[in-house]
Design a protein around this ligand. Structure first.
Ligand code: GUN
Length: 293
């Protein structure tokens, strides 16, 4: 079977075009230009790449952006003070603190310090609680992006069995909630699997929709996937590859080359979930402005 490639790159470009039009409308009505800030602590290479991509995306859609770069040895108290400044800065509509943070800083404490009305990552307990209650809120960017991909490709979800691999607070757990909600995409029967799951392959083989966020390169192989399934790959891993100019290649959590031919739909890495995460962050920032006005 020839699968349909779920191109997050294409869908995210379409969403960014829509956001750019909405920004123009806001400006013509005299409403402020949306302004997203990103806090980056330390010099982690991957985090720097992601934050730079977020700032670049802001420019593309006509948002203002601010990058707050802090030293890796900043104290927790000083970081919390920076967050308070952003909470109180009325020109900043939303902001994110890029994770992971250095070990001496409590991520939960930092997440809870962000004003819920500026929590465009959707990681604050208030945002997550509203999501659970199906109230309007900022949805976590990666799960939100995945629902928008499913919507764009009209992938049927009602009554389907969705299996999620990985129960992280930022991807797997919220993903399982969104897929079970009474809406489209949603209305799935959801199985959330994790490191203690027994007979994982038996469960994944029963999945109509398989969402993989386990953080292990090429973990999902063809024998774990049902014929005709939809497979969404959240993983992204830099693997050294001397044959490439960059010195590395990018792999997902799914062994794409052997899994793809079994699928009705499959998302690639790169060009799949990654760009959707950024588009969702922009959508949340636009929503923050709209909610304020
Ligand atoms: N680290 C990995 N993914 C994310 C994300 O979506 N937001 C933030 N702030 N940090 C991350």
């Amino acid at each position: 079977m020839e699968p349909t490639i779920v191109s997050g790159k294409e869908v995210s470009n379409k969403i960014k075009e829509e956001i750019a039009i909405a920004v123009e409308k806001l400006k013509s009505k005299g409403v402020k230009t949306p302004h997203l800030a990103a806090v980056l602590v330390g010099e982690d290479g991957a985090s720097r790449t992601y934050v730079n991509a977020k700032v670049k995306a802001c420019e593309k859609v006509g948002f203002n952006s601010t990058l707050v770069k802090l030293e890796s040895d900043i104290s927790e108290a000083d970081l919390l003070a920076e967050i308070e400044k952003l909470n109180n800065n009325s020109d900043i509509d939303g902001f994110i603190v890029q994770l992971p943070l250095p070990n001496h800083i409590d991520e939960q404490k930092v997440t809870e310090a962000i004003a819920p009305e500026k929590d465009v990552d959707g990681f604050h307990p208030v945002s997550l609680g509203k999501m659970l209650l199906h109230l309007p809120s900022f949805l976590p960017a990666t799960p939100y992006g995945i629902t928008e991909m499913l919507r764009h490709y009209n992938i049927p979800t009602e009554g389907k069995h969705c299996v999620v691999i990985g129960r992280s607070h930022i991807v797997g757990s919220p993903m399982s909630v969104l897929m079970a909600r009474n809406s489209y995409p949603g209305n799935c029967t959801v199985t959330l699997t994790h490191s203690r799951t027994q007979n994982l392959a038996e469960i994944t083989k029963a999945a109509d929709i398989l969402i993989v966020a386990i953080g292990k390169p090429e973990f999902v192989t063809a024998d774990m996937v049902k014929e005709g399934a939809t497979v969404i790959d959240v993983g992204i891993h830099r693997i050294e590859d001397a044959s490439r100019k960059s010195g590395f290649k990018l792999l997902g959590d799914v062994k794409f080359d052997e899994v793809a031919s079994k699928c009705a739909f499959i998302s690639p890495v790169p060009g799949g979930v990654g760009p959707m995460t950024i588009a969702s962050l922009l959508k949340n920032t636009l929503l923050a402005v709209e909610l304020k006005n």
